[in-house]
Design a protein around this ligand. Structure first.
Ligand SMILES: [Zn+2]
Length: 185
C-alpha cells in the first residue's frame, strides 16, 4: 500500500502526463474555509468536512498541536490534525521557515487535480495530490486523501521555503518521501 502511494506521489512530482480534463473552479464560492495555525484549508462544496476529517488520522503522531477552537468541532479537529502534521514535518526536516503558512485545496474529483496541474504547468498529472510552489497551495483529492499524502506535500512546502534556492527536484522528492516514512517514528 505504501509502495503504491509513493508511486503515485512520485508520479505527480516527477513525470508528465496528457492533457487536462477538468479545471478547478476559479471562484471559491460555497467552499468551506478552515483556518489553522499553519494552514488555510478549502474544502470543495461537494465534499463534506466530516469526510475529509475521517480520512486523516494523526493518532501516534507527535507533537500534537491543538487547534484554537474557531468553528464547529469537526472543523476544529481537522485544523488541529493539519497543524500536527505540519509541525511533525518541520521537526523531521529540522526546518522552520519563519511565518510559514500553506493553502490546502481539497477537491472532489481526480480529474480536478489533473486540471489544476495543467493550469499551472501546461500538462496534467495522474498524481493524487501536488504542491504548487507558485501559489503555495497543496491540491489533493478527497477520496485518496490521507495523512501520508498531506504530510508529504507539506514537506514540499517547507523545503521550498527553507532554502533560498529550491533544491533539485529529485533531492526534494527524497526528503518529502522521508518525512512521510518517518511520520510516526
Ligand atoms: Zn513529492
Amino acid at each position: 500500500m505504501r509502495r503504491r502511494l509513493i508511486f503515485w506521489l512520485l508520479l505527480g512530482c516527477l513525470t508528465l502526463w496528457g492533457p487536462a480534463q477538468a479545471e478547478v473552479s476559479s471562484t471559491m464560492e460555497n467552499w468551506k474555509r478552515i483556518d489553522s495555525r499553519y494552514c488555510t484549508i478549502w474544502v470543495h462544496p461537494a465534499v463534506g468536512v466530516k469526510q475529509v476529517n475521517k480520512k486523516i488520522s494523526t493518532w501516534r503522531v507527535r507533537p500534537k498541536v491543538k487547534a484554537v477552537p474557531k468553528g464547529d468541532s469537526v472543523s476544529d479537529e481537522l485544523a488541529g490534525k493539519c497543524d500536527t502534521l505540519f509541525r511533525r514535518a518541520q521537526e523531521i526536516l529540522d526546518m522552520y521557515p519563519a511565518g510559514i503558512q500553506v493553502t490546502i485545496k481539497i477537491l472532489k474529483e481526480r480529474s480536478e487535480i489533473k486540471g489544476a496541474h495543467s493550469a499551472h504547468y501546461g500538462f496534467g498529472t495522474k498524481a493524487i495530490a501536488f504542491y504548487a510552489y507558485e501559489e503555495n497551495t497543496i491540491y489533493a483529492e478527497a477520496d485518496d486523501l490521507s495523512e501520508s499524502v498531506l504530510v508529504h506535500e507539506m514537506a514540499h512546502c517547507i523545503i521550498d521555503h527553507y532554502f533560498r534556492m529550491r533544491p533539485p527536484r529529485k533531492i526534494e522528492e527524497m526528503l518529502a518521501t522521508h518525512v512521510d516514512a518517518q511520520l510516526r517514528a
